[in-house]
Design a protein around this ligand. Structure first.
Ligand code: AMP
Ligand code: GLY
Length: 427
């Protein structure tokens, strides 16, 4: 079969690498892909906003299954369109993707299904929103309800900053229409955990656990990024905790979506805060996490294409999924300046040396080929991923591989996974 992956980051290279291992897959196509996916199969240039073009690429290349990486095409209805055309595609419909694309919808759904989440209210009127925040004497979190490329959340320890965030979103419209509706919620304290579940409309299969590091700097400091690294498994996710997440969050939300007439099919990413009162939902995403999936897929022993097909076909209950019991760590190598502005076009050296290490895979994110060389083409450039006996070993191996790779302005965090490593063992 031929598989098409939509997207061009580290997540998409990892998805392409994993499906390419399947004996049933004889071709992998990426739109638009990067230098890493080009080496695995074929890259096709097309805009992910242009659904007509994507249908044409799928037809022209006789694609049997399409896997969607980022949220934007899902929220814009790429799955609805492909299904209408009789093309097989893994991901939620636009109606179901609202669980990520419309935080007010997600909040309402959680309320109606009694899913534990931060207390919150939805506003479309700036004055009312400010009045509400003005009455709070503890921290607030202000979120643009629409898609804001991961930047639409302001965590404000002091509610006075919440007022400024509201003005930015609703008056200055820094996120455009995405901020015309906002969710204001209580600031929760605890450790974060991401849970990824495959859902076929009804059956839920929870993947092995993984957690990312969102802040740009060592010790989880500095501005938020898309993720500077990830580790799997996450020790905070005990079997008891995961049973609670299943019972109190996954089952009721998947039921509620079916009852709402928008059954969920695809991967449901649950962002949780593990509070003293138990796990509470921070957000839902309708896609795999990047770079969490890079670490997860190194541990997946089963056939990813077959697994995702079983979710598309409503056969998830019969899926046979096996995992490598070792740990995985992915270290993101980024361009100087990220998550702010950065330069592109720096030549990357040492990729072959790093990839030559056993149980190491260097997934490309912001890269492209230029005159026979691989050059940087984004903020997050590479996800250097390694397996190891435990998180400490996997981290050490990923860092050793990262040290072999060089480009101008490269930087990475050397403490990825430390949260999962006993203090005495940290290096
Ligand atoms: P979200 O996109 O909603 O997950 O928010 C991005 C980040 O903001 C999360 O990963 C958390 O670190 C933080 N965050 C979101 N909501 C809350 C909350 N209610 N309390 C504390 N932190 C939050
Ligand atoms: N690593 C966080 C995300 O994919 O949203």
């Amino acid at each position: 079969m031929r598989v098409m992956i939509l997207g061009g980051g580290g997540r998409e290279h990892a998805l392409a690498w994993s499906v390419a291992k399947s004996p049933r897959v004889d071709g992998v196509l990426c739109v638009p892909g990067n230098a890493g996916t080009a080496a695995l199969g074929e890259n096709v240039a097309a805009s992910l906003d242009d659904h007509d073009a994507l249908v044409k690429v799928a037809r022209d290349h006789a694609v049997d299954l399409t896997i969607v990486g980022p949220e934007a095409p899902l929220c814009a209805g790429i799955v609805d369109r492909f299904e209408k055309e009789g093309l097989r595609i893994f991901g939620p419909t636009a109606a179901a993707a609202r669980i990520e694309g419309d935080k007010a919808f997600a909040k309402g759904l959680m309320k109606s299904a009694s899913v534990p989440t931060a207390e919150g209210r939805v506003f479309t009127d700036l004055k009312q929103a400010k009045q509400y925040v003005g009455t709070r004497d503890t921290g607030v979190v202000v979120k643009a309800a629409g898609l804001a490329a991961g930047k639409g959340v302001f965590v404000c320890e002091d509610p006075a900053y919440g007022l400024l965030a509201l003005e930015d979103m609703m008056e200055k419209r820094v996120f455009g229409a995405a901020g015309d509706k906002v969710v204001v919620e209580e600031l929760l304290k605890g450790e974060e955990l991401s849970v990824f579940a495959l859902v076929d409309g009804q059956t839920i299969y929870v993947l092995e656990t993984a957690q990312d590091h969102k802040r740009v700097g060592e010790g989880d400091t500095g501005p938020n990024t898309g993720g500077m690294g990830a580790y799997s498994p996450a020790p905070i996710a005990t079997p008891e905790l995961m049973a609670t997440v299943d019972r109190e969050i996954l089952v009721p939300i998947v039921d509620a979506m079916r009852k709402e007439g928008c059954p969920y099919r695809g991967v449901l990413y649950v962002g949780l805060m593990i509070t003293a009162a138990g796990p509470k939902v921070l957000e839902f995403n309708c896609r795999f996490g990047d770079p969490e999936v890079q670490a997860l897929l190194l541990r997946l022993e089963s056939d990813l294409a077959a697994l995702l097909e079983s979710a598309v076909d409503g056969r998830l209950a019969d899926a046979d999924v096996r995992w490598d019991q070792r740990s995985a760590v992915t270290v993101v190598m980024a361009s100087e300046g990220y998550p702010g502005s950065y330069e592109k076009g720096k030549v990357i050296e040492g990729l072959d040396k790093a990839a030559g290490m056993q149980d190491v895979v260097v997934f490309h994110a912001g890269t492209k080929q230029l005159e026979g060389r691989v050059v940087t083409n984004g903020g997050r450039v590479l996800s250097v991923t390694a397996l190891g006996a435990d998180v400490a070993d996997a981290k050490a191996r990923a860092l050793r591989a990262a040290e072999l790779i060089r480009f101008d302005g490269a930087f990475y965090r050397s403490d990825i996974g430390d949260r999962a490593i006993p203090a005495a063992q940290r290096t």
